[in-house]
Design a protein around this ligand. Sequence first.
Ligand code: MN
Ligand code: MN
Length: 454
Amino acid sequence: MGKIWNNKNLQTIFEFCDGYKNFISSCKTERECVNKIREVAINNGYKNLNDCIKQGIKLQCGDRVYASNLDKCIFLFKIGTRPISDGMRILGAHIDSPRLDLKPTPLYENSPSNLTLLDTHYYGGIKHYQWTALPLALHGVVCKKDGSKVEINIGDNIQDTVFCITDLLPHLDRDHSKSAESKINGENLNVLVGGLPLEGEKKEPVKNNILKILKQHNIEEDDFVSAEIEVVPAGQARDMGLDRSFVLGYGQDDRICAYTSLMAMLESNSPSFTQACMFVDKEEVGSQGASGMQSLFFEDMIAEIANLLGETSHLAIRRALRSSFMLSSDVTAGYDPNYESAYDKNNDAFLGRGIAFNKYTGGRGKSGANDASPEYIAKLRALLDEKDISYQLTEMGKIDQGGGGTIAYITANYGMNVIDCGCPLLNMHAPWEISSKVDIYEAYRCYKAFLEME
Ligand code: MN
Ligand code: MN
């Protein structure tokens, strides 16, 4: 363990993680991630692939392009010296995180309390009770019929107002000993947004006052039906621990891999194999949809790039996908000393011991798993050992304790080599997740070495 934590690199690691904390503090939705990644890419010489297509600009080795879809997923490419049909080095992280989405008709005033709330529909695997009694922020967009958009971002500036989902006081909670999760369900997760009545208004005075405030921001009640507003924990990512060795922050699944992949992509050397870095949406709900990994968008973009490289045959694209190597960069469960019985201590990931590789995920007898080939793992071991990068080969908890999936099985359908690898987390899927700074830095080093792999 001492091998990766040492006084020589401590400052480098902490500085790298300052950048990471800024990223996850300001990018709390997939759209905010795409906007930030696009901005950073453009500043680093990445051209819009769409412009290249429209203007018929040919690509050549050393070129950098990006492609985004619906503002909710984005891919970066760095063209290598070898033909694309020789395969690529692909990193794939997801930028959606568990949260609460507003329903299409969310706003209502309760009778008799007059308290006014926003109704939500949770997204991804959450423990409902964890989202009560903590400060919340609203992030998202309201799309107007005239084609304009109102950006929503309330609760993360220290002067901003915040929101909260209430929980019952222990004094009145006779079922206190029952598990919290058995009492709080998806329909209980209503966000308290108002208590001030509109003067002179008899019918729903508090709701009408909220509508008046929304109107000042050019939002009508009807506009919620064409909005995408996410309720997320309010506040910044922070250093954690007396030794500051951890990061406590929202959305580390999987923006921890997104940020480290992005930094690796920006800093990787000009490659012989074309490098690709994917930031996809919808992983937490099954990767479907136009911006999820199951969408044909990735394949289409490879076809467009191959075309602009002069490799126009259908076979070249199939070969490019099949010959590729990929790291499905996603988080895994870190061993938690408070819940030892859920883990297999010989096979689970420990915080602070480097990036964790899951040969397979899934559950109930590896169901749904991509099972990486041992030949590929051996190739990665050689690479990581040569670069002195700390890593662990892990599972996710005890057998039949649960399970989980990533995007690995989807890209494996092309016949490419793919394995899951990412940082172990504590509190995964909770409003505030915990990571180890040294794992973040090792993930970055691993992704960079992988992109440059021969
Ligand atoms: Mn994930
Ligand atoms: Mn997840």
